[in-house]
Design a protein around this ligand. Structure first.
Ligand SMILES: Cc1cc2nc3c(=O)[nH]c(=O)nc-3n(C[C@H](O)[C@H](O)[C@H](O)COP(=O)(O)O)c2cc1C
Length: 242
């Protein structure tokens, strides 16, 4: 496992170390390993999947989704952008954050590129999206009877099958810039707040009372190091690491 030179150094160090020094080294190395493991877990925790999909007939939803994707990059929000007709529907259950830009066509029907997605979520009886947090930006035209109906249907259906609506449905008329800007600001604010909460949680200070403080070293051997066993009482349940 160790290189020849490290091997020599290691055994030399062990031979020359007292028992207390070896205990200290053990503790130090365990601590290092613990933090390395914890760091990699934390990075994984932060790596939530964010997907932006669009369903379009004449290109508006696509153009808008591309604009949002570029703006999100500037805000340091890493998003995967994909058209609904390219999207693998089996991945829906793996989505963490799912944002949908979608128009309405025909008589309140989804655009052709969103039809498979629309049918899949409406007719698949076993689909339960408990992990998904989502929001829909619906494009339409108020002069039609079923204004933004397809977007409305998707928003309702996702909610009914367990997904969590993190931002309310936004419905846009032909001049969609204003509404879509507002929707995007809500997304940015959502992730900003989420990051603030994570940082606060990490740096939280908690007061406790020391109940036990026992020196574990053999004092008769005149050890120059002290290893303490400490027990601290806190009133609330907390997550902590040494
Ligand atoms: C043939 C046709 C039918 C439409 N039907 C509806 C409708 O039922 N409800 C609605 O709100 N908008 C309707 N619209 C308006 C579109 O949803 C709107 O123009 C939207 O911006 C188009 O986006 P897209 O280019 O991404 O498909 C219709 C548009 C066309 C051309």
């Amino acid at each position: 496992m160790l290189s020849e030179s490290n091997n020599k150094t290691f055994f030399k160090l062990i031979q020359e170390s007292s028992q207390e020094e070896m205990i200290w080294m053990c503790g130090y190395i365990s601590g290092l390993l613990f933090y390395k493991k914890k760091d990699s877990k934390e990075i994984k925790k932060e790596e939530k999947k964010i997907t932006l999909v669009y369903g379009t007939e004449t290109g508006n939803a696509k153009n808008l989704a591309f604009d949002i994707y570029e703006k999100a990059k500037k805000e340091k929000i890493q998003i995967k952008l994909i058209s609904l007709d390219q999207y693998c529907l089996r991945d829906l259950e793996k989505e963490d954050y799912f944002f949908i830009v979608m128009s309405t066509h025909g008589e309140g029907k989804p655009p052709s590129s969103a039809k498979s997605f629309f049918d899949f979520i409406h007719h698949n009886k076993n689909l339960f999206l408990k992990n998904m947090k989502y929001s829909v930006l619906a494009l339409g035209d108020k002069s039609y009877t079923y204004f933004c109906k397809a977007g409305e249907d998707v928003d309702k259906r996702l909610y009914d099958i367990g997904a969590i609506r993190i931002i309310p449905l936004y419905k846009c008329d032909v001049d969609y810039e204003n509404q879509s800007d507002k929707w995007f600001s809500e997304i940015v604010n959502f992730f900003k707040k989420k990051n603030e909460i994570c940082t606060k949680k990490k740096n939280q200070k908690i007061c406790g009372k020391i109940l036990k403080n026992i020196i574990l070293n053999n004092q008769e051997k005149n050890s120059n190091k002290e290893i303490h066993h400490i027990e601290i009482f806190v009133s609330n349940k907390i997550e902590y690491s040494p």
